[in-house]
Design a protein around this ligand. Structure first.
Ligand code: ARG
Length: 570
């Protein structure tokens, strides 16, 4: 089906086009009327005419079938109110649509999303949270929209630190790996201590770097052991978090190693490579330091080792040429902004990144503690994701015990896990990703307020209505008569789902979907207060059940594209 929003927008577009083609109206669902259109003001500016006059003229040209009233508000907004029959017809169409009005992309794209990307051989910590959660929400949203998503978990699995870890593994023995490596962080720290305090160990590590880079078989065997151990651990964390990354998506820095020589050779052939202080660099135009000096992107270091930028350049080529990407997204923290700008610029210069490929660094802010400083444990260490989740599960379980649910122990545990993940993910996703947010488990896990568990509860409450109904309810072709304000208000909320979903995707901002879902949950609360469901009768009851069914499905789909479970009972 075409959403109400799209229908109205298309009509407005036609009317705008009469005045000037290329002028874009912007439509929003709004509190005061049903929809508010924006865009008149910028059009009026370009035409050099008073906005209100332009607005009147647009309305004269618009097909207003289904629109009850239109008012020119403020300096030139158009407030549209719909005829009930139009709204009711749209709602009836929605009922039969499993996708709730969200269209499937007519031309599916291949979207490569680079996310999570921890440095392996260390445990995942809070610094890996946002990329993992935001990236996963984007991947799920793109998939739901009908695109082909290729997830790339660009883990740090190569370079000097691994030489050190290999030497440490040799000291401990590699017969029983789980015994030697067991606790990844401890393994890493022990190696680090030896590296810093023991000169012969340091020497051995240096030699090992060379062996690793030249592809020595025994060195690679030992390296593989460490990496495999880390990846199976990573996989466990993703499963515990309910993140859709798979082992096959792990394509880390090491994968690009064989391509790096070609990167250098081809940059050289293109005349882009400059030697600077012994290193091979590209100076993309437009990048300067504070003193106005040109900034280099270092491709090969003076010790002949390749830099972080080299593997990212190889990755761009691989993703464009071999994966046939139409979009490249990098969900990586804002401190790497300049790195990516320079990599993209160099890839463009080299002809590896055609203009038709959308390429974006999807940045995000920090996770802060309740003291508003970087989130740390009480002892000042970075907090592991596994322990964050563990604590959240414990709290969720306590909250469930207090609520005295009739769940048995395993079912309660299951639910606690779902609630805990929802709390953590929703808190992350519901803030504009560019902003920092405070990690406050107490607030995040509350069943009230703008939280994941609250939305899960809103969904479960709807499902419980259908359980109490006792019989299976299937949406039939209904005619709606939305006579009560709260019903109408809820209906408008339901019809706005495609708009919110598409805005979140277009701007790569999952929080827009969160804002929508929270608003929908509030419309539901108002609806329950004013409109009894099960105790109403006949056609009214059917219609209210249909609203509940739509709301439950909307919450369930909305949460699932965010990577959040929608349990049936809570
Ligand atoms: N492993 C890197 C880090 O922890 C992030 C990698 C991001 N992705 C990329 N293609 N560079 O900082």
């Amino acid at each position: 089906m075409t959403s109400t929003y799209d229908t109205l927008l298309a009509r407005l577009q036609l009317a705008f086009d009469v005045l000037e083609s290329g002028a874009d109206p912007v439509l929003r669902t709004s509190e005061r009327s049903d929809y508010q259109a924006n865009g008149v003001m910028s059009l009026a500016k370009r035409l050099g005419r008073p906005p209100r006059e332009v607005a009147e003229e647009i309305m004269g040209h618009a097909d207003l079938d289904g629109v009850a009233t239109v008012e020119v508000a403020g300096p030139g907004f158009l407030n549209l109110t719909l005829i009930p029959a139009f709204l009711e017809r749209q709602l009836a169409a929605l009922l039969g649509d499993a996708r709730l009005g969200i269209a499937t992309a007519p031309e599916p794209k291949t979207v490569v999303i680079d996310y999570s990307a921890p440095n392996v051989a260390k445990e995942m910590h809070v610094g890996n949270l946002r990329s993992t959660v935001i990236g996963d929400a984007l991947a799920r949203s793109y998939r739901f929209a009908g695109h082909h998503v290729v997830a790339r978990n660009h883990v740090g699995d190569w370079g000097t630190p691994f030489a050190m870890l290999i030497e440490h593994l040799l000291d401990l023995g590699d017969d029983d790996v789980s015994l030697s490596i067991g606790d990844l962080d401890a393994f890493y720290k022990e190696a680090r201590v030896k590296f810093d305090s023991d000169d012969t160990f340091k020497e051995r590590s240096r030699g090992r770097v060379v062996a690793l880079q030249s592809g020595d078989a025994e060195t690679l065997r030992l390296w593989r052991i460490i990496v495999d151990q880390s990846i199976s651990y990573l996989d466990q964390v993703y499963q515990d978090l309910g993140v859709s990354l798979e082992i096959a998506d792990v394509v880390g820095e090491s994968y690009y190693n064989d391509m790096l020589e070609n990167v250098v050779a081809d940059l050289d052939a293109a005349g882009l490579l400059v030697e600077s202080g012994g290193a091979l660099c590209v100076f993309p135009p437009g990048f300067t330091n504070r003193d106005g000096e040109a900034l280099p992107l270092i491709v090969q270091k003076s010790d002949e080792g390749f830099g972080y930028a080299a593997s990212d350049l190889a990755a761009v080529r691989d993703r464009v040429d071999n994966l046939h990407a139409d979009e490249l997204l990098y969900v990586v923290g804002v401190p790497q902004a300049q790195h990516f700008e320079m990599v993209f610029a160099v890839a463009r210069l080299a002809g590896w990144l055609p203009d038709r490929v959308r390429c974006e660094h999807v940045t995000f802010g920090n996770v802060l503690g309740t003291d508003r400083k970087m989130f740390k444990s009480r002892s000042g260490e970075t907090v592991k994701l596994a322990s964050l989740l563990g604590e959240a599960i414990e709290r969720a379980d306590e909250a469930l015990k207090e609520r005295n649910t009739d769940l048995d122990e395993p079912a309660r545990m299951d639910l606690a896990v779902q609630i805990a993940r929802a709390a953590i993910k929703y808190a992350d996703l519901s803030t504009d990703r560019q902003h920092d947010y405070v990690f406050d488990l107490e607030r995040m896990i509350a069943f009230e307020g703008d939280t994941g568990p609250y939305l899960q509860y809103a969904h479960a409450r709807l499902r419980s209505i259908f359980r109490r109904l006792g019989e299976t309810w299937a949406p039939s072709s209904l005619t709606f008569a939305l006579e009560v304000d709260q019903e109408r208000h809820l209906a408008l909320g339901l019809l706005a789902f495609p708009e919110a979903f598409e805005a979140a995707l277009a701007h790569l901002q999952p929080h827009r979907l969160c804002v929508y879902l929270f608003d929908l949950a509030q419309r539901l609360t108002a609806f329950y207060d004013a409109c009894p469901v099960l105790s109403s009768e006949g056609a009214l009851r059917e219609q209210r059940l249909a609203l509940c069914d739509l709301a439950a499905r909307t919450l369930s789909v909305g949460l699932s594209v965010l990577g959040i479970d929608a349990p049936e009972k809570m």
